[in-house]
Design a binder for this molecule. Structure first.
Ligand code: NAP
Length: 292
């Protein structure tokens, strides 16, 4: 049985990682402002606290899901973004190498510019915003610390949320409920992926021999859609009229976004690991569980 530490365990992906990985491993989750038992509070800017934490718990795997992942926030504060997304990741990766702990960095499809999809795992990176840039720097730093470490790129995520605005997908439900004439991006192609599919995939990967876990992996659903198309699905699930929703043909956000970052999961396919679910059914389940 693996002993796994999950950073960012109070976040969207981290909560699903703790839930799924706990079924067949010992898991210790860490968070920061939202940490409450059994999740331990660990400030990833506090190097002494991180070292004590790892030497106390002595895991054999660490999944690093904590990050600042909102592009507009990253664009406005480069220093804080580098401190959390790059420096903390590099420090953790270094401690893990010294202690023979498998280190897994969660990264993003935003390391690509979206002009040459689909992307295989060793395609050249080319971020269009500072969030993507910080993740490229984190990936390079982590793999420079050890080529045996793991980088896992994922696309836009959804799953059980604490509030609808918590994920870029469920916030669409809030917009659709509030305004039948709400406007939605119909330019960027996205591949919304359920956080539990990421967790199930990692769980399977951790049963592979260590050399098979090294390097970069892509995990992604393969249903492509724009945010406008997600809004139409969501309106249907909620029993709302989608006719008046407005499709925006141009990008509308502050920080630049890539057009289409389809991630090809060639490495996972080659070892027979795949967990995918239908978007319409899964988003219905997420919204049904949530009090709207
Ligand atoms: N969400 C997406 O659509 C998406 C898409 C592609 C890639 N990703 C990547 O997937 C990973 C997980 O994303 P997510 O959506 O789950 O993020 P999230 O919901 O925003 O959660 C961020 C996590 O980071 C923790 N954190 C922030 N500052 C910290 C600090 N100083 N010390 C310790 N922990 C700190 C937060 O803890 P508190 O909340 O307790 O403060 C929280 O647990 C990230 O690496 C992200 O870049 C996400």
């Amino acid at each position: 049985m693996n002993k796994i530490v999950v950073t960012g365990a109070t976040g969207l992906l981290g909560r699903a990682l703790v839930k799924v990985l706990s079924q067949s491993n010992t898991v210790i989750g860490t968070g920061f402002s939202r940490a409450a038992p059994p999740i331990e509070q660990l400030d990833l800017h506090d190097q002494a606290a991180i070292t004590t934490f790892l030497d106390t718990h002595r895991p054999n795997i660490l999944v690093h899901a904590a990050a600042e992942r909102k592009p507009d926030i990253c664009e406005n504060d480069h220093q804080a973004t580098i401190a959390l997304n790059v420096q903390a990741a590099k420090f953790l990766a270094t401690l893990c190498k010294d202690r023979h702990i498998q280190f897994v960095l969660i990264s993003t499809d935003y390391v690509f510019n979206g002009q040459a999809a689909p992307y295989i795992e060793d395609a050249a990176t080319s971020p269009v915003n500072f969030y993507g840039e910080s993740k490229v720097q984190a990936e390079q730093a982590v793999l420079a610390v050890s080529s045996q470490h793991t980088v896992v790129r994922v696309p836009v995520l959804y799953g059980e949320v604490e509030y609808l605005a918590e994920s870029a997908v469920t916030i669409i439900a809030e917009q659709v409920i509030k305004n039948p004439h709400s406007e939605h991006d119909h330019w960027a192609i996205r591949y919304p992926t359920h956080v539990e599919d990421i967790a199930l995939t990692l769980n399977d990967l951790f049963f592979q021999p260590p050399e098979m876990q090294a390097g970069t992996f892509h995990i992604s659903n393969n249903q492509s859609m724009t945010k406008y198309e997600m809004a139409v699905y969501i309106a249907k699930v909620l029993g709302l009229n989608s006719q008046d929703l407005v499709a925006l043909p141009e990008p509308s956000q502050t920080a630049a976004r890539p057009y289409n970052c389809a991630l090809k999961d060639t490495r996972l396919k080659s070892i027979g690991i795949a967990h995918h679910r239908d978007f319409a059914t899964a988003i219905a389940n997420v919204l049904n569980k949530h009090t709207l």
